[in-house]
Write a protein that binds this ligand. Sequence first.
Ligand SMILES: O=C(O)CCC(=O)C(=O)O
Length: 892
Amino acid sequence: MNTPRDWTDFSALDPNSNSVIATYFEVARALREESRPSRGGRKPWLTSLAANILGNDEAHNIAVAWLKSAFTASDKDLKKAQQFSQRLCSPRRLDKDSVAIFVDAWWIFSENQGGTLVADFLNKKRRERGFVDDLNFIKQIGGQLQDSANAEAVNGQSPAKRSHARDPGPETSLPKKTKVVNQPSKRQKRTSGKRKRFLQPDNISSTGGSVTNALVRPSRADIKLEGAEPGPLPVTTNAASEGASIQQRPHVLSDLRPHLPQPFSVGPLRQMASVLDTHEEVPPMPNWIMDDIDIEQTGDPNAASASIPDNALPTTGQSAPKPCLQIKPPLWAVSRQEVCESFDWFRSYQGGVYHANGFAKGYLLSAFAASRDIFHHGGQVIISHGGGKWESQHMTRGQVETHLADDQLAQDKSVRALIANYNNKRPLVLLIDDKYALFPFNLSASGITYAVLGFYFISGYWAEYQKASNERGRVVRYKFAFQWCSNQGIPWWLHPNASTTPSTHIDQGSIILYQHVKQERMCPRCQTHSPSVYTQWMCLKPDCSAFWINQHGKSPAEDCLTYDDEFLKLAPEPPCPYRSVDLIPHRPQPRPTDGITTDYVYTRGWRCPSCNRLACRSKWEQWECPSCGWSLPVQGRTRKASELRGIKMDVGFYDHAITNGSGIKQGPSVSYMSNGGQGHYQAFELPQQRGRIVIIHGCLPFGNVDADHIFEEYQKHASSVRGTMLTHYFSQNAGAPYQYVGGADNTIPFENAPVVSKARDLIQARLRQALNIQIEFNEVLSCAYMCKQKMAFHSDAEKGLGPIVAGLSLGAPALMHFRPCSRFEPDVNKRGTILSLILRHGDILLMDGSEVQQFYEHTVVPANFRIAATARLISPENAMDGSAKRAIKLEA
Ligand SMILES: O=C(O)CCC(=O)C(=O)O
């Protein structure tokens, strides 16, 4: 086989070879050539890549990435290829995305190489996976390369229909906004050196008879830049060399747009996906799909709507099972905690609407779809109720209470925020969970619980009555119509890679006409306007006496309302200030120059760059994806107590404040001796002999040396001693199981945590020295608070806890407040703080007496990075009783 000097020249390869891998060897050799010093300096990674490809069966995926970059000539693809190459050269294993690239590249490759090689390869793969029948890929691939008239023979469809899907044909048949590239773009003109060569027509030539086409795919960036009229691509002008039969056609946007599904015609990419379906390793969407969404202005909303049944209905009961997603959404998660800790657009642990500063930022579509909620135009128009006030059950003092559904009001926080978005034309982010019945794919089958759809603006809102099981039999619900912000390109779930299931085709021609102003009518009774949402107009203002009354003077029957077609058309869009990239969580610098990785941002989760999962930062030492194991080490320095302990507390007292009328008796400041020096303590007696709170200050001048060491050691060993993360808050339990942290499963023995033992020893020594209390604690909960984290009010009233709880404070100072428990003072306004203390580095806080926990609760608010080790004596029955739960809340 000849070695092509220019590895974009695939025509020089042996077209009869039945081993496609050989092609990659050629690519690899060319890559090696590229890495020669004479070509602009030795690139070691390229050299080792070449070596890898030659010696590693899997490595040809990388070559494919290069192939892709050659054909798209886009900087982005080039960068991807480099990234993947670098990854391969590192000891990490090849990730799944490379497989997806492989698929994608095959598609491109097939368009250039004709059918034989691709068909052989695909069928070989099929046979390896147990298929007995070979598919006629050649025909399909050939079909793609034919013009639309010839294509009819391939799948029996009318040329007109096919051409709509694959090749828009002459200019007149293109949707208005479609742009056509026929000139080298500014970007192309600017490109020099190796990249430039990819674009040169001379590189595409044909010497072998089986080469049926040679196309250079313009980059997506070029498509965006260029607005030229259709015409022959310059690259094709010289392509028909040496007698090869090369067909030329203008490149139009739809070529780069994902293939639209056709009932009986499946492009090679889809074929490939279905072939791979049979294999466990379903290729995920390449990572750059998110980037594609950013840059790809299809200008053709038809493309977006074609793959999903219009106005998909909930799949309940007998309905057909939903197809599985073949891709990973650009942002997805398994738990709500992951979403809230990683995704700034939705940080609501409970409600369905996340709002901040009076505006909704995120909206979760979940179960409880109200009547007439819809997912229309493939999800580009979604109508949903405003959330909140459904029938719910609450636990109040041990009793389950059912709260009946109630009317939503325009003043309700969530509704008000959504209306503010509408009035200010401010987009928000829609998310779905696996209980949202209207999404046409089965999320849970892919292990996905939450997925981010993207930015939407609110194109309308109104109120209506909804059936409910309350005494009136109905409630007022605010409904919101959300419309996809089209600057994001095609919604990801409409990408043809998303599903292997061809689905209903919707009328593509009409969508452009959908841009229209929503009709409204004035209510003769209240003189305000309501949109014409349904075929029968009604006043949709709940304050009006004519609310929800039709022209017959009646409330419409629940099931006989039909949306007005006009209303469902896409509304004119306000400008969207966000791009898809704004959805991606910011990742803090893993190696900050000052070495400080204890700031709040380091508590946030991340989006795994490999599989797009939103994941918590559950490990001290790194962000790690629980799905694919991808990790990003956090390389900070150990912080010294000296840099934190001096932080001033902005409060009006030096060490403590007792609220007037609390009944607390303050004891004198008493000194005590320890090996390192002298310390002092102060006790606060609670009223009615409910116990005492004592603060034992660290010893000066040298007594805090122990605490200094422990603080540093905690940080050094955090990765090895940490247990399972509870929230975005590093905590770990040692010794006896503590139900609050999940019992035995999340507890490690003291032997495995020497630093925790040291903390326990120091606490015990101080109790002995200062208060003459001899105690051997059998449990220590260690918590690391990053900057801005705090522990909300709670009490340590778990069954089996001994009466003495003592905690060592390390690092930054913290404020600790005590207040009466709700049980004794249900009115939260009367439950003010009775005692506040400043806990400083080396201090030990003792809560002495079980009633301290029964009658009071406490909160801790550190001023910056702080570690606390709280020691308890837990009886064995507590270890056995898995039901006990402490009502503790960790907050940031
Ligand atoms: O951070 C602290 O010092 C207190 C921790 C605490 O309240 C607890 O573990 O229950």
